[in-house]
Design a protein around this ligand. Sequence first.
Ligand code: SF4
Length: 149
Amino acid sequence: MGGQRSGQPWFHRGLRFQCTGCGRCCSGGPGFVWVSPEEIHQLAHHLSLPIEEFLAHYVRPVGNRFSLVERANGDCVFLHPQTRRCMVYPVRPEQCRSWPFWVSNLRTPADWEYVCRICPGSGQGPLFTLEQILSLLWGSGLEKEASSL
Ligand code: SF4
C-alpha cells in the first residue's frame, strides 16, 4: 500500500476517532462482550451486587468464557434503552474501552472503512498515533498479532 513503511502496520500514520455516543456499537446483531473474572468483580462491585446475583442476571457462559447478556433486540444489557448511554461506563470491559481499535477492525484498510460506515465516530476527531492504537489494541486474545498487522 502506498506510503507504508516496511514492517509498519498500514495505519502507521494513525487513525481518527471520537465517540459521538450514538450507542450503535452496543447494539445490533448478536455478538459477545467478553468479560474476565476481574471485570465481572468490578462490574458487580460497581452495581453493589453479590457476584452470584450479578452472574445470574448479566452474564452468560460461552464455552469456557463469559459474555455479558444481550436484550432480545440485540442491545447490550447495560445500554440504557432510552438515553442509549452505557450504564456501567466507568467500569466497562476492556473490549468496550478499546473500540474501535480491535485487531478484527484493523487487518486491512477495507476493514477500517467498514467500521467507519457503521460507527460515526470512527475516522473523525482527534488523531490516535500508532503507539496509542497499539496500546489499546484488543482482539479476543489476538493482541499479540499486532506486529503482523
Ligand atoms: S458506534 Fe461509534 S460513535 Fe457510536 S457509540 Fe459506538 S463508538 Fe461511539
